[in-house]
Design a protein around this ligand. Sequence first.
Ligand code: IVH
Length: 704
Amino acid sequence: MAPPEIVARIERLREQIREHNYRYYVLDAPIISDAEYDALMRELRELEAAYPELITPDSPTQRVGAPPAERFAKVRHREPMLSLANAFSVDDLRAWYERIRRLLGAETAIAFVVEPKIDGLAIAITYEDGRLVLAATRGDGFTGEDVTANVRTVPSVPLALRPPADGRLPRLIEVRGEIYMRIADFERLNEQQAHAGEKVFANPRNAAAGSLRQLDSRITASRPLRFFAYGVGPVEGVTLRSQWETLAYLRELGFPVNPDIRRLEDIEAVIAYCQEWMSRRDQLPYEADGVVVKVDSFAQQRELGVVAREPRWAIAFKFPAREATTRLLDIVVNVGRTGRLNPNAILEPVNIGGVTVSNATLHNEDYIVSRDIRIGDRVIVKRAGDVIPQVVGPIPEVRTGAERPWRMPSACPVCGTPVVRRPGEADTYCPNRACPAQTVRLIEHWVSQGAMDIVGLGERQARLLVERGLIQDVADLYTLTPASFAGIEGYGPKRIQNVLQAIEASKQRPLARLIFALGIPNVGSTLAAKLAEHYRSLDALANASVQELLAIEGIGPHVAESIVAFFADPDNRALIEKLKRVGVRTEAGPEETPRDGPLAGKTLVITGTLAGMTREEAADLIRRAGGKVGSSVTRKTDYLVVGAEPGSAKLEKARQLGIPLLDEQAFLRLVGEQPAEALPRAERTPETMPASDATQADQLRLDV
Ligand code: IVH
């Protein structure tokens, strides 16, 4: 028999752990450190090991226990798990509202609860006298599968309910909600899976479903699953009158409830909520495919009823799709500016959220092999936000046998040089520096706005100049004459003069832009600015050691090594000498005097379109004035520069944090100068725009 003080201590530890779980998962406000929490768990485990007769199934230590099952038992739901009708537009939403208003009577007030619709899987968890006894998947809505052992491993699912304020636990309650995976956790999991040579998942939903349907709950326990409760099935011993009251009650019992759920009193507010989340969906840590709108009052819900397994009292407002399935017709390889071979998918054109997609990135060889993507496969294609569409994976279930596995070619598809893949790297390269494909990409990058900003030269012109043998590298740009452009379509004397002037002017670009323009692998414009500030000349940077680079904030070993390798390459050394010979400035200019300008120590963020300058030019001005350019508004931001059509998220955040807003004039006054190089906007006519910032297909072929 265990001594009573041990029994009491175990009980106390369990209570404490449950309360800390509640604070962590439900309130999102922990009051102890992870180490302190671990210490409580350790003490409980040790006591339970010494007194195994005191172990109870709802002890916080008992998340993994059952031996692997052979298959899942079927579970008949006591009340069916319904599905939702969809609204694909605001009009659909209004039509739904008009219908329920008619049914409930035009004078009746209707309040709504609106909830992000998370893309995971629905689950029903039954508690008897406060203890978790059963967890079942939705299945067909009537019969699901018993996944109790697996659901027990999800840390945010309570094994025992937390007594509510009145201390009375319900006799029985079936809690319904969504098991899901956060996007960041999903990506990390896929990396681990690929590394271990295991199956990778197409999206967070599949990852969550695949993880929950494991016969061995130890595997489920190792997966980063989460739970949000959004409703109840059968309940005994408590009376709930509305959805809002139910959610508050579920929170009290210890269930995580989505913090973005709101109760709204009219349909206009509901519409605004739907639209707001539609535009902000990329800011959510999880995939949401819509908003669920529910009539709040249970009395009204009963009055409205259910038709054909869909309640009339709820509707799913769907966001535009981001994924679609289509056929992978072919895989072609493009060569990027660093010589990287980029496999691209040629797809049967498919509409994804209103945009037709006919090609998509496949990243690299490992990506294709680890997902077993074959030519001819039906594939899932994803297009999200601003990013290039990507093939996320095949649907192997519908294979016919005619699909063909793909291999990376052994020779560069443009110049025929045997390709190389360095050990430990996923990318394959064409090692030939003179490969015409690389030269064209290098020139495109060199002339682009963030780099040397040579207006009037685009991809097509670059290709022609390379094909004519006039340019072998970017330094050759500075040897072009009017005759070089003879016969190129669209180049009259005036335009030729403009281009040559722009090329000439680019010799004096700030060092930061020159470093960026060189296309050093892993060096973007922000890092280039940092390197320019630190080294003040290209030669000094070229002679930097890995050790020295590592001392600079934000540079890790991978980046440091890639910078040193770039400058160790005799071809790159020769190019730099050639650039100097043709007159490109390789020292920081007097305008690049950091730290002591009017913006010393300040961070500015830019949003919207400025009238008198490009964003890059504005960023140069900020850096020249000693300031830093931030990409998003945070507490550390000192000013937000606001142009036309600013991003609403940045603006709202700045207002929330009380960060001063600057219009263009105020900004120019603050930096204390008119930009020396800024072209008036009007001169950037489409005719003089680099053709490189054109279509998605073009961008696809770049190293991104
Ligand atoms: S309510 C009427 N609320 O959407 C009751 N469902 O088609 C139906 N879902 O499979 C469910 N978030 O997995 C409800 N806040 C939410 C939801 C939600 C996601 C999923 C659920 C179900 C599907 C309904």
